[in-house]
Design a binder for this molecule. Structure first.
Ligand SMILES: *Cc1c(COP(=O)(O)O)cnc(C)c1O
Length: 414
């Protein structure tokens, strides 16, 4: 009897010893490839002051893990734990984020093209806290917990602060959120409700970034500002892993993404490279990466059209758009974002706030979806790119609906 009871757990332990929970190996500077220890808290690279990227032992992963195994796992982004940075399952702070639906939505094509359109939308508004910021924060907070932080800080345009406060609450850690005073009231309210301490400041997200860094320094708390620590991008990477899995381990012709800090673009482009390296997708299948920004704040689009590999900051007093997530005058990941757009043969374009508003209404009335202004920007971009023939109606296109429309309800009139 006693023997039997002991035999089984032992077998289970031995079984799990072959495959690692995470294949994280090291961090590297995104500018010069200099290597850093992944098992210490890191921010930006000390060598170049640029984002650090997480690297995995993908050769071993390819030998020890099969993509078919994944399909039997729980429906959260943690089903891809081998590609994520957390080493111990017990350290995962999860609210069930990820595995959002990929919805076929030809009804959101321009009128008259619904029959032929191959438009899909990834509905990120169904994540905990109402946006895809949940993915990044789940990864960053989990890893910060694993590495022993005492408190967490973030600057935010709205959704990131709500997500950080939620995951910090779940982890039992205090959080401090710094937001421009015109950030969506509902997001601020939400962050407070989770127990986050919220500091509203005059200015833009970049000003909030400086204030957050200062608070983190004073309290010795960890600052999870986007791409200023390595793991929010890893969480957002799962949008790319999921897309491949949901399409049967292949990728679409094009992806349209509303870029603010651009973490999602960086994460997804990294996801596709890793899937290729692991042999989980074929080599000839990368989608065109298309980024959309608001007319009133478009540093990345401007840089793209100037053929630059870095983006100059948009003048702060001219950064105007109601889409809070796109009110980002400069992004520390600019080179990585532009690189993904160039390498993939994608493009970059702006849309007006009016067209975002119209597309919120279009999605609500024609598809029953309540989407954020940023998400609506992808739809406006899709319509424009069909009109200019950059995209053809038969191209398989995935638009990332990055957040729920609830925080924007007060700004939208249909
Ligand atoms: C933060 C945010 C964005 C921009 O995301 P990045 O990955 O930082 O470019 C887009 N849409 C919504 C709803 C957001 O909250």
């Amino acid at each position: 009897m006693t023997l039997n009871v002991f035999k089984k757990p032992l077998y289970v332990i031995l079984f799990f010893m072959d495959a690692r929970f995470s294949y994280l190996s090291h961090l590297k500077c995104s500018a010069c490839d200099h290597i850093y220890d992944a098992d210490q808290l890191q921010t930006i690279s000390p060598c170049c002051a640029r984002p650090l990227l997480a690297c995995y032992d993908l050769a071993t992963l390819a030998k020890e893990v099969s993509r078919d195994e994944i399909s039997h796992r729980e429906a959260t982004m943690w089903r891809y734990h081998e590609f994520l940075p957390v080493r111990e399952p017990a350290h995962i702070i999860s609210l069930g984020e990820g595995m959002t639906p990929l919805l076929h939505a030809p009804c959101l094509a321009p009128q008259g093209l619904e029959q032929q359109a191959r438009l899909f939308v990834k509905d990120e508004g169904q994540n905990p806290t109402g946006s895809f910021k949940a993915r990044g924060m789940s990864a960053a907070v989990s890893r910060a917990v694993e590495l022993g932080v005492q408190g967490l800080v973030t600057p935010t345009a709205g959704n990131a602060g709500a997500a950080l406060a939620a995951y910090a609450a779940r982890a039992g850690l205090p959080s401090h959120v710094v937001a421009p005073k015109d950030a969506p009231h509902t997001c601020i309210q939400q962050a407070r409700l989770y127990g986050g301490e919220v500091h509203l400041i005059p200015g833009l997200i970049t000003d909030a970034g400086r204030a957050a860094a200062e608070t983190a320094r004073q309290r010795d708390w960890f600052n999870v500002a986007t791409l200023r620590e390595p793991y929010r991008a890893e969480g957002k990477k799962t949008m790319g892993l999921e897309l491949a899995e949901q399409l049967g381990w292949r990728l679409p012709s094009a992806i349209i993404y509303p870029a603010g800090g651009g973490t999602g673009v960086v994460g997804m482009w990294k996801a596709f490279a890793e899937l290729r390296a692991a042999g989980w997708i074929a080599n000839d299948q990368l989608p065109k990466m298309i980024i959309v920004q608001a007319e009133g704040c478009a540093p990345l689009v401007r840089a793209f059209h100037q053929g630059k590999d870095e983006a100059d900051a948009w003048p702060a007093d001219e950064a105007h758009t109601q889409a809070a997530g796109l009110r980002v005058p400069s992004a520390i990941g600019d080179r990585l974002i532009l690189q993904a757009v160039y390498e993939s043969g994608g493009t970059a374009l702006t849309v007006s706030d009016d067209s975002m508003q119209q597309m919120v209404c279009y999605a609500a009335k024609r598809a029953g979806m309540l989407i954020a202004l940023e998400a609506a920007a992808t739809l406006a971009a899709y319509h424009t790119l069909l009109a200019t023939n950059f995209l053809q109606v038969e191209d398989e296109v995935v638009a990332y609906f990055t957040g729920s429309g609830l925080p924007d309800l007060q700004y939208v009139v249909c």
